[in-house]
Design a protein around this ligand. Sequence first.
Ligand code: LLP
Length: 385
Amino acid sequence: MKTNFPVEQLRGLQTPFYYYDMSLLQATLDVIKKETAKYQGYHVHYAVKANANDKIIKLICDNGFGVDCVSGGEVKAGLDAGCAPEKIVYAGVGKADWEINLGLDADIFCFNVESLPELEIINELAAQKGKVARIALRINPNVDAHTHHYITTGLNENKFGISMEHLDGMIERIASMANVKLIGLHFHIGSQILETEPFMNLCLRVNEIQDQLDAKGVNVEIINVGGGLGIDYKNPDQNPIPDFAGYFATFNEHLKLRDGQELHFELGRAVVCQCGSLITKVLYVKEGVNKKFVIVDAGMSDLIRPALYGAHHEIENLTSTGAEQTYDVVGPICESSDCFGKEERLPETKRGDLFALRSAGAYGQIMACQYNCRTLPAAIYSNEL
Ligand code: LLP
């Protein structure tokens, strides 16, 4: 399912902006529904951090999915978009008191707890409200996701989760607490994971932990394996929908769920990435020494992934079919890292052409900032044009 850009309609709009192909998002959601329905007790919470636009969250929740949040702001965004509180999970190493209170007041499904001091505070705040907070312990499984070090989260050196050594102590402590109830175990090893092996290793680690807990007579209702499924940044048109079938099958094959236990997922990028593109206009084509620069009106403030992670987004000229030439594609921001592509082969480009920076639906608009006093990019939805 290829994104067809309605170029004539896009031409008249103020650039840069994010364009969302809502039919592709719906098609992606349909595949996730179909694939999870093959198994008993599989639940997907969309990771709002990937894209918190209300229309996107709403469509996802209207399709029956929950949300995964990492801040009070995200919990609010989920609730405002109509997500049922009993489908909201909330993780994060640094939950402030007001954020915990917000979750308690809304009766969210589960707090994913990342440390002992946090557990103590949740217990205390829940006691003040006469409530019992449902919690899952986020365990750092020390599994290598083989991805960029900035988006690896499940290694001992990372700040996330509770190390395996501290798990027993935490469980004993919970047993003596009146205002928290342990319902699950939570894991998340990293993002943009394209191999099966890290997910398989995660399953094996979860199995080991469950065996240890069984021996102690501890049972939990849910296992939450986080998110992390990657997407094909190189070929957005050939692979617009990630391999959800293979992903869920890996867990089904390797993870040993106990009777009645549910398996929860927190997918972000895989859900929304391919439906979004950053649309930008060519301001100038500038002759450099031995190279040509295309200067576009979007910069790293609109899409920071190339500058921050060295990520590459496919660049498409939507308005030229000229003979290919080689260009460096750069933004207007006063930083050399404000570069979207070096030595890109693109049709001959001129001032006024429209470019699409593809696969930008996840961690694109949500990470935009106003550096250089720029305006935040708008969102345009295919079903509203
Ligand atoms: N659950 C937890 C606890 C997480 O920390 C994350 C992402 C997810 C779920 C969703 O992961 P996903 O399915 O999207 O891989 N800004 C980076 C990605 C950071 C991911 C942070 N955590 C990027 O642009 O690549």
